[in-house]
Design a protein around this ligand. Structure first.
Ligand code: NAD
Ligand code: MG
Length: 295
């Protein structure tokens, strides 16, 4: 039976809500759907070892649940304030019969970013999949109000940590390994209030395409994911101005499919890009935008 994509998942107005960043998914209403009760694996990542940043909530959590149910052991990174979400993800990875490793810490630190990868390699016994999902987004309407502190912090989180972790990970990754970075529709078609964030997301596209060419000779694939508006803690903790939340994905921005996406709608993309099914896919940006133009 087919389903109407406009009516799948939550498609009403969202209740107004705000949390200080990074936000905890457990306290959102409605809960983002990360596939907790729906994602079924078919053994596509059996025995693989994955590190996912931002794995506690939103799109990273959807990837963590899917990877575990596809047979992978999974380490997740998140900020210490997000421990309640991380504990829920740990439980779900373990329910799938896989090893869960929790590695909290701040990616703006080079020392921590490098140690994170080493800890994941040590605790998982190797590394096949590096999914860099963590990101910082704070909307500021006027460039005059954009602080140096925010510009630096957004670039450290979204861009610099990506270089540090990739440098640490590559020597451990086997042929057939997969790196997945996180860009956005903002990297192609930026919003006027996301001058710092959008610039990091364009940068990530350049990094991804260049790295894919560099490491193809090692048998490692590198791809990126470009979502449109997805319901997650990032959006209700300053990623959008508060007044945009009720019509998020419906009118602000107005997507052709008329609603925001739910993280589970990217689970398949994350599994595909990590798996052998994507053996001929590298240097590619995969979009899921509800019909908005992503490039
Ligand atoms: P989310 O809030 O669930 O995930 C973002 C995660 O980033 C947090 O869980 C947090 O653990 C992590 N993070 C932030 N700052 C950090 C730091 N300094 N150190 C360590 N971790 C840090 O929201 P999400 O929407 O699932 O976001 C995941 C990724 O998707 C982000 O890179 C975001 O830019 C990207 N994205 C989201 C959307 C969307 O509409 N939600 C659209 C396009 C791209
Ligand atoms: Mg989170």
């Amino acid at each position: 039976m087919t389903q109407d994509p406009r009516k799948q998942y939550y498609h009403d107005d969202y209740p107004k809500q705000y949390q200080d960043p990074p936000g905890v998914q457990k306290y959102m209403n409605p809960q983002p759907d990360c596939g907790e009760s729906s994602y079924e694996g078919t053994g596509q990542l059996k025995g693989r070892k994955a590190l996912i940043t931002g794995g506690d909530s939103g799109i990273g959590r959807a990837a963590a649940i899917a990877y575990a149910r596809e047979g992978a052991d999974v380490a997740i990174n998140y900020l210490p304030d997000e421990e309640p979400d991380a504990q829920d993800v740990k439980e779900m990875i373990e329910q799938a019969g896989r090893k869960a490793v929790l590695l909290p810490g701040d990616l703006r630190s080079e020392t921590f970013s490098r140690e994170l990868v080493q800890s994941a390699v040590d605790e998982l016994g190797g590394l096949d999949i590096l999914a860099l999902v963590a990101g910082k987004q704070q909307a500021v309407k006027d460039i005059a109000d954009l602080t140096t502190e925010q510009i630096v912090s957004t670039f450290e989180t979204n861009v610099f940590s990506m270089y540090w972790m990739t440098q640490e990970a590559l020597p451990h990754m086997p042929e057939g390994g997969s790196i997945i970075t996180m860009t956005s529709i903002e990297g192609y078609n930026p919003s006027p209030m996301l001058l710092d964030y959008a610039a990091t997301k364009s940068t990530i596209i350049g990094f991804t395409k260049a790295l894919a060419k560099q490491v193809a000779s090692q048998g490692i694939r590198v791809n990126s994911v470009a979502p449109g508006p997805f319901w997650s803690p990032l959006q209700i903790s300053g990623g959008q101005p508060g007044e945009n939340i009720p019509k998020f994905g419906e009118e602000t921005p107005e997507t052709p499919l008329g609603r925001a996406g739910q993280p589970v709608e990217l689970s398949g993309v994350y599994v595909f890009l990590a798996s052998d099914q994507a053996s001929y896919v590298t240097g590619h940006v995969y979009s899921a935008t509800g019909g908005l133009n992503a490039n």
